[in-house]
Design a protein around this ligand. Sequence first.
Ligand SMILES: Nc1ncnc2c1ncn2[C@@H]1O[C@H](COP(=O)(O)OP(=O)(O)OP(=O)(O)O)[C@@H](O)[C@H]1O
Ligand SMILES: [Mg+2]
Length: 270
Amino acid sequence: MKIKSKILIIAGSDSSGGAGIQADIKTVTALGSYAMTAVTAVTAQNTRDVKSIIPIPTKNIQKQITMILNDIGANGVKIGMLHNTSIIKCVYKILKKYKLKNVVLDPVMVAKGGTKLINNNSIKYLKKLILPLCNLVTPNIPEAEVLIGSSISNKKDMIEAAKLILNMGSKNVLLKGGHLKSKMICDILATKKGIKVFSKRKIKTKNTHGTGCTLSSALATCLSQKKNIVKSCKISLRYVDKAIASAPGYGKGFGPLNHLVSFNLRNINV
Ligand SMILES: Nc1ncnc2c1ncn2[C@@H]1O[C@H](COP(=O)(O)OP(=O)(O)OP(=O)(O)O)[C@@H](O)[C@H]1O
Ligand SMILES: [Mg+2]
């Protein structure tokens, strides 16, 4: 199989392999592209608990990225958690200088349990600096609520929120609906052409560790392979769905997905 494109991943490491850089590398590889990484933080975690988070100094993150871009280059970028203002400003300068394309931002702000992961000042800079340089931003509902400053409790609110976030400057917005309590999940895509709703059945499972990381990496990979935004969303959502459905059930908490699912799925359309 020929490698289709090169992806730069800027995100944190998850020692349990289910989310973060590890999930990103697996996703990019499983969907046919070449993964490169700039590690922003190292976490010690398993499927139940995050024990420690060690941030990497901004200067080192900058070096990791520029070493890659000055040599190999990238056709797409997946950005995960940027935990402080200094890292946000550093990534902003690099995105501008290298005119990077197909930038997908997973604006990680709120942990599964509801804990805020970045401070208000960082959110302000994420909105002002990074969002306008993105091809796609993929907030979940709590993150979208932080971005727009009001609450979201149904599909209608989600559509309004996606439009408001689109006006903040990202070319496209995919607002993930996994957090609403209902039997179906609606993911809302807002583009300059309008709104598209992707609906599917919610799978009853604990194996959802890293769904957001996996989805945003799949999107960056599809876009870098020159698939259009709607097709990229269809493939990526289907990949995540199948990866949840065939999860191996590792660990006693929120288990990882099966990133290898693309290998035996002809109709995933990669
Ligand atoms: N139980 C489920 N069944 C089917 N699909 C799911 C389920 N949970 C999540 N997904 C899919 O995974 C995608 C991302 O999930 P979610 O909304 O949970 O993002 P997230 O909160 O950012 O995830 P994370 O906890 O990894 O940060 C959603 O868009 C949805 O399509
Ligand atoms: Mg997330």
